[in-house]
Design a protein around this ligand. Structure first.
Ligand code: MLT
Length: 405
């Protein structure tokens, strides 16, 4: 008889957003007349901008003619997109990134889950707590996390870096040195950021200790404050220790079309001089046949002048929602943070309610869906995340309903 991967069986429950979707669907089935407003998963609601739509149409037309038809995409990405990313994302920041260090993929979720494959099984990982669940769950699947303690919600072989109100939701440099450090700024779920000099401390720490930082910058387009870095490559020395993961989902609404990329500088090498860049290229070549041509052309269009203007307007739209949520909840007496450089608002649950109790309370009484903080890790207990990615009308209605409770 076949045997299943026993590491998968260690995962407690289903994936966070699947659990939420099931609860919400059950509630809707039992209450078909209720209008549920979903501010749970960070999924966009605004249509793709006109410049992106035109690029999609043009690329589809190319597929219809024999001389412009495209088959398999290059597994690492078309050079038109890799070059554009270098020119439009990294050069303006003064960051040194080369096109053959940019790996185009079907999204940041896949990359942030798969990247752990290029490390040895016994590497020690460190994560912020709360944390985007993909980082931990994929390391569990890889058999790297030890045993799970249901009482604490912690894995024995993971270094947790609590991010709480007490430290401004900024992780502290761990005393036990990790091999791989996951950082996400602007942060999902707390919406917090760190300054460039704080990020420089992380880069210095990683270089000193031979660690690699996996920097998830999926939300960088939402940064509004000056001292917040958009890329880890703004920091000196990042080329020898940092991988950066980027997404088109949040900055350009590609949650349904799927596109992202990961940067792995060739200067990150192990003791034997093996580059992570070569391993990731090998992995892509073996397991991935490239993001679709049509979608990569759409991604290129995001960086055009018109694309930047139109996606900038969408970001402003969502950040208006963020301000409405944050101000409305603060007026109602909630303790709120985030929502300034990120499309997530992080709030303390009222009256010491657990995160899941508050989830049920909001769903049943306001028909509003959010994400329980404890789903992101033990330090998220007693907290709750609302996303600003809804429509403005639904966002206003949701907050007004919560205020009326
Ligand atoms: C979230 O809600 O945390 C994100 O939308 C999930 C994701 O990007 O996969």
């Amino acid at each position: 008889m076949f045997k299943v991967n026993q590491d998968y069986l260690k995962l407690p429950g289903s994936y966070l957003f699947s659990t939420i979707a099931k609860k919400v669907n059950d509630f809707q089935t039992a209450n078909p007349d209720k209008k549920i407003i979903r501010l749970g998963i960070g999924d966009v609601t605004q249509p793709l901008c006109p410049t992106v739509i035109k690029a999609l149409h043009d690329a589809v037309d190319e597929m219809a003619a024999a001389d412009t038809f495209k088959g398999y995409a290059p597994d690492l990405g078309y050079s038109f997109l890799r070059d554009t990313i270098v020119d439009k994302v990294y050069k303006p920041l003064g960051a040194e990134v080369f096109a053959d260090e940019v790996f185009v993929s079907d999204g940041a979720k896949s990359d942030s889950g798969n990247i752990q494959e290029i490390f040895e099984k016994d590497v020690k990982i460190a994560v912020c707590d709360p944390v985007y669940p993909v980082y931990v769950d994929t390391n569990v699947m890889a058999g790297r996390t030890g045993t799970y303690d249901p009482d604490t919600g912690l894995w024995s072989d993971v270094i947790y870096m609590p991010c709480t109100a007490a430290n401004g939701y900024a992780p502290e440099l761990p005393s036990e040195v990790p091999d791989v450090i996951y950082l996400c700024f602007p942060n999902n779920p707390t919406g917090a950021t760190i300054t460039k000099s704080q990020l420089q401390d992380w880069v210095d720490y990683a270089n000193k200790n031979g660690s690699v930082i996996i920097y998830d910058a999926a939300y960088e387009a939402y940064i509004s404050e000056a001292d917040v870095p958009h890329s880890i490559y703004e920091c000196e020395g990042a080329r020898t220790c940092a991988i950066e993961i980027r997404s088109f989902s949040k900055n350009a609404g590609f949650t349904g079309t799927r596109l992202g990329y990961t940067v792995i500088p060739k200067d990150i090498k192990d003791d034997n001089g093996v580059t992570l860049n070569s391993l990731w290229a090998r992995r892509h070549g073996t397991k991935f046949n490239g993001a679709p041509y049509i979608i990569q052309r759409a991604g290129e269009a995001v960086f055009s002048e018109a694309g930047q203007k139109e996606t900038g307007e969408q970001i402003a739209y969502y950040m208006k929602n963020a301000a409405y949520i944050k101000n409305g909840l603060a007026e109602a007496g909630y303790t709120v943070s985030g929502g300034v450089n990120a499309p997530y608002i992080w709030l303390k649950t009222p009256d010491g309610m657990t995160s899941w109790d508050f989830f049920d309370y909001l769903l049943e009484n306001a028909n509003v869906v959010g994400t329980p903080g404890s789903g992101f890790g033990p330090s998220g207990e007693g907290h709750f995340r609302l996303t600003a990615f809804g429509t403005y009308e639904n966002t206003v209605e949701a907050i007004d309903r919560i205020k009326a409770l």
